[in-house]
Design a protein around this ligand. Structure first.
Ligand SMILES: [Zn+2]
Length: 354
C-alpha cells in the first residue's frame, strides 16, 4: 500500500499565540513520532509537497468578499475572525497551502500515484464557511479539495466522514444542498461542545435533503460506542450511497487525553475507525481514500499516537503494538449511544433503509 503523506514545514508558520491549543507543535511532535517509529523511512511512504490553493480552487467554495477580507487582514499582520481565531502575517499563505494540500492529495490518489493519502496540515478547515470562519479555521480545506476533485476527475459522489470531536458546521453549510457529497458526522453533542450545532434533525435541504447525517454523541463515548455507530449508521448508509471516493476529516480530538473535548476513544479505537474507512473505500470506491488531519490537541500524547495509529492502518501495517500515551480509565458508567442511534435512524429512515 503506497501512501502519499502531504506535508511541508511551511505548515508551521501560521501562529495564534504560543499557548494556543492549535499551535505548530501539533505537527512537529507527530512528525517526530512518525520518524521514531520508522514510518518516514518506510518505502511505501512518500512525502508529497503540497501546492498552494489557486484562486479558482478557492472561489469554488468561498466568496470573493471573504477571501479579500482574510487576505488583507493577514497582509496587515494582525486581526481576528473570532475570539480564538487569530490572523497573523503567515495565516493567508499557510491556510492556502493547507487547502492546496488537500487538493494535492486528491490528485495523487485520483491519478493512481498513491493508493491513499494523508494530509498532515494546519490550520484546519471544517469550521470555515463560504463567507466567514471561526474555531481555529480559515479556509475550508476539505471543501476546496472535494470540489477540485469533482471538477478535474470523473468523480460524481464523495462520501465525507468527519469524525472530529467538534461538529463541522462550515462543511455542513457548504454542502447542505449538494447531493454529490454525503456528509456524515460523528461528534460530541452540541449541548456540551463547541460549536453547538450538528443536530440529528439536520438532514440537508433542496437537492441535498437526505445527504447530511449527524450523529451527536454523549460525552465519554468510547471505542465501543463508535463501533456501534459505524455498524448501525455509517456502514448501511455508505453502502446505499455507493460513493466514487471516500474522504475522512480525521479529527484526532476524540482521544481520551484530549484537553479541550470530553470523549473516550483510544489509539486502538482510531485504528478501528480507520479500518472501517479503508474497508468502505475498498468495497465501494476502488480503494480511493484521502484523509486529512483536523483537530487533536493532546500535543505530546493523544495527537502523535492517534496520528501514528491511523497512518499505520492506512499502510496496512501491524498495529497491535501501538500503545496508549496514558492509562485509559473508563468512566464509572458506559455512555449509552442507543438513544442517539434510534433518533438518527428515525430521522434518516425517510432517505435510507436503516
Ligand atoms: Zn475538533
Amino acid at each position: 500500500m503506497s501512501l502519499g503523506l502531504v506535508y511541508d514545514e511551511d505548515y508551521l508558520l501560521h501562529e495564534h499565540t504560543p499557548t494556543h491549543p492549535e499551535r505548530k507543535e501539533r505537527l512537529q511532535y507527530t512528525m517526530d513520532q512518525l520518524e521514531e517509529e520508522g514510518l518516514l523511512a518506510d518505502p511505501d511512504v512518500s512525502i508529497v509537497e503540497p501546492s498552494m490553493a489557486t484562486d479558482e480552487q478557492l472561489s469554488r467554495v468561498h466568496t470573493q468578499e471573504y477571501l479579500e477580507r482574510l487576505r488583507s487582514m493577514s497582509a496587515s499582520g494582525t486581526g481576528m475572525l473570532s475570539v480564538d481565531t487569530h490572523v497573523s502575517a503567515h495565516t493567508w499563505n499557510t491556510a492556502k497551502l493547507a487547502a492546496g494540500g488537500v487538493a494535492t492529495a486528491m490528485d495523487v490518489v485520483a491519478t493512481g500515484t498513491h493508493d491513499s493519502s494523508f494530509v498532515m496540515a494546519r490550520p484546519g478547515g471544517h469550521h470555515a464557511f463560504a463567507n466567514d470562519a471561526h474555531g481555529f479555521c480559515y479556509l475550508n480545506n476539505t471543501a476546496v479539495g472535494i470540489t477540485h476533485l469533482q471538477a478535474e476527475y470523473d468523480v460524481d459522489r464523495v462520501l465525507l466522514w468527519d469524525w472530529d470531536a467538534h461538529h463541522g458546521d462550515g462543511t455542513q453549510s457548504i454542502f447542505y444542498d449538494d447531493p454529490s457529497v454525503l456528509v456524515m458526522s460523528t461528534h460530541q453533542d452540541g449541548m456540551t461542545l463547541f460549536p453547538g450545532t450538528g443536530d440529528a434533525r439536520d438532514v440537508g435541504e433542496g437537492d441535498g435533503e437526505g445527504y447530511n447525517v449527524n450523529v451527536p454523541l454523549p460525552p465519554k463515548t468510547s471505542d465501543e460506542g463508535y463501533r456501534t455507530v459505524v455498524e448501525e449508521v455509517f456502514e448501511p448508509i455508505a453502502e446505499q450511497y455507493d460513493p466514487d471516493f471516500v474522504f475522512i476529516e480525521a479529527g484526532q480530538d476524540n482521544h481520551f487525553t484530549d484537553p479541550i473535548t470530553d470523549l473516550g476513544v483510544t489509539a486502538q479505537g482510531y485504528v478501528s475507525l480507520m479500518e472501517h474507512a479503508v474497508d468502505a473505500a475498498d468495497r465501494l470506491a476502488d480503494g480511493r481514500l484521502v484523509a486529512s488531519l483536523a483537530g487533536g490537541y493532546g500535543i505530546e500524547g493523544g495527537l502523535p499516537y492517534t496520528n501514528l495509529a491511523v497512518i499505520a492502518t492506512l499502510l496496512g501495517l501491524d498495529t497491535d503494538a501501538i500503545r496508549e500515551p496514558a492509562v485509559y480509565e473508563p468512566p464509572s458508567y458506559e455512555p449509552d449511544v442507543s438513544d442517539v442511534i434510534d433518533r438518527v435512524k428515525r430521522v434518516q429512515s425517510d432517505y435510507w433503509s436503516i
